[in-house]
Structures are given as C-alpha cells and as structure tokens.
Write a protein of this length. Structure first.
Length: 315
C-alpha cells in the first residue's frame, strides 16, 4: 500500500476544509479553547470556498470533511456548502461532526435532509457531571434531549451513517460499560476514541492517572523509518478558513503551514517542496528540528509498529 511505503498520489484523496473556526464545545481534551483566540482566520468567504470546490470537481476524492478543528454546524452557510460539495463530488463520502449543542430541531431537520454520508455526534459521557468535566461549553440538559430527538428522527429512515464519538480511557471500566450499553440501547454505533495529548498540547493529568494504552502504539517510535498512523501526509490535505494549508488536524498553533490556496493550486501545494520536506521529516529522512509537531504526536510511529498492527488486524 502506498501509505505504508510513505508514498503519495499526485492529488490528495482525503480533504478537510475549515469553513469556520468557531466551536462552542470548549472540550477539555481539545486545544481549541486556548488556541483559537490567536487564530487570524474566522469564517471562510464564499469566493474562497468556490475556488477550492472548483479544484476538487472531477477529482477522485474518497473522503471529505467540511470542518477542521472546529464545529461545522457553527457555519451558517454549512448546508449550502455541503450541497455544493455534493454536486461537485457525487461519489465522495461527506462526513460531518457536531455536538448536541447544535442539534436543535430547525438545524436537525436540515441536517437529516442534507446529502451527507456520515454524521458523528460527540458526546463524551452521558451525565451532566461528565459533560461538565469533558465538554463544559455544552449544556447537558439541552444537548442530550437534542441528541435523543435526533436519533429518533434519524431512525425512521437512516439517511446516512450515524455514530456517537466518546472519549475512551477517562472513566472506570464499569462506567464505560454503562456508556456503551446506553448507546447500544438506542441503536447507535459507538465510536471509542482513546484520549491523547493532541501532540502534547493538552494536559491529561487533569483527569488523574491515565489508563495504559492497550495498543502497540504506546511503543511507537522504536526506530525509523516513521509514518503518520493516520496518513495525514500521504492522503490528506487540510485547508484553514483563510486558505492556508496546514499539515494536519493537530496543528492548532499553525506551526506547519505548507502553502496558501489563494497563491497556488491545491495540486501545486500538495506536490510542493515544502510538503515534500515535511514528509521527509515525518519519515525521519531529514532533520526534524526542535519541537517538531509530529515528534510530539502519539500518531507518529515507527513503520514497523504500524505494519505489525495492520497484519494483526488483517482477516
């Protein structure tokens, strides 16, 4: 596979577009509340959005998220933008993510009618106390009824794939079993995301002593060559709302800016010297320099570790 070999295709197959930098969740496991006030970008302008979509039309894009380090439902134009993306990319998987904060009836109805392929609802717990600990910007008393109403309406026709994302490793095992049973009873897939430091940008000690990571990735950097476990350098292109292209969804401080779509095409940026140098640093083929984003990230692992994990997971 190309991603195991560290190679990339002439054009990215996976895209994230930050149509807005706003998010009201204030999750404790996300750098957004701390870093977003420093961002120069806000809501993506229509002209820039159209410019990006025109470059995607006709491309073999497998997966596209109209969000990046923010909540797409905070973009008042998001439904029009999803329609435009679907017209340009009729076969592409379009995935949205939000919280119960935005699933009020009016927005929920529009979401159910939208041409998305998948929706992920973040709910890091199932009680007011758990919400207050993990996502204090979301009012549990309003959010959970919104989520439950949405699931009930979705269940009637199931117009797209639906899952609930919950951070895993924060609660005792008995509580995690209760959370899992809660969503199973509602007929919704639960996606368990292990808590990570977001490239050492989040202090996990606020939750107490972390549970040991049961996967091989905690041993990640045994020896070069390395790779990004989620192939953010060989499959994905990440576009901020002001048109700059960043290395990945962990770059909350905009440390690795690789180009600007207002000055170069997506294809030019993807195949640029700046991007190639970043890939070389990720592989370990070039000096990374001090405090390199990927060196701090739990998803940056030895290729041998990743290959072994892939073999173990193979049928």
């Amino acid at each position: 596979m190309d991603w195991i070999a560290g190679k990339h295709r002439p054009f990215p197959t996976h895209i994230q577009i930050q149509t807005t930098s706003a998010c009201g969740a204030a999750c404790q496991i996300c750098p957004h509340p701390v870093e977003s006030p420093n961002w120069p970008n806000g809501l993506m302008g229509d002209e820039l959005f159209v410019h990006i979509v025109s470059q995607l039309q006709g491309r073999a894009i497998e997966y596209l998220c109209p969000y990046l380090m923010a909540d797409p439902m905070s973009d008042r134009r998001i439904f029009d933008r999803v329609e435009a993306l679907r017209q340009a990319l009729p076969q592409t998987t379009l995935e949205m993510s939000t919280t119960g904060l935005y699933l009020v009836p009016k927005l929920a109805d529009r979401l159910l009618e939208s041409p998305i392929s998948e929706l992920r609802i973040s709910s890091h717990g199932i009680s007011a106390a758990e919400y207050a600990t993990t996502m204090p910007g979301v009012d549990f008393a309003k959010a959970m009824p919104n989520i439950e109403r949405f699931i009930s309406a979705w269940s009637a026709h199931k117009p797209f794939k639906l899952s609930v994302v919950c951070l895993w490793g924060l609660w005792p095992a008995d509580r995690e079993r209760e959370i899992e049973a809660f969503w199973k009873e509602k007929g919704v897939e639960l996606s368990k995301w292990r808590v990570i430091s977001r490239a050492e940008q989040v202090d996990l000690t606020i939750y107490g002593e972390a549970e040991a990571d049961p996967t091989p990735y905690h041993e990640g950097k045994q020896a070069p060559p390395y790779l990004c476990r989620h192939h953010r350098d060989t499959q994905w292109l990440h576009i901020l709302s002001d048109g700059r292209v960043t290395l990945c969804c962990m770059d909350y401080r905009h440390e690795e800016i690789l180009g600007d779509v207002r000055e170069a095409s997506l294809e030019e940026i993807w195949n640029s010297e700046a991007f190639e140098q970043a890939r070389a640093r990720i592989r370990g083929d070039a000096p990374a320099g001090p405090n390199f984003l990927c060196d701090r990230c739990e998803y940056h692992v030895s290729r041998s570790v990743h290959e072994q994990r892939a073999l173990e997971a193979a049928p």
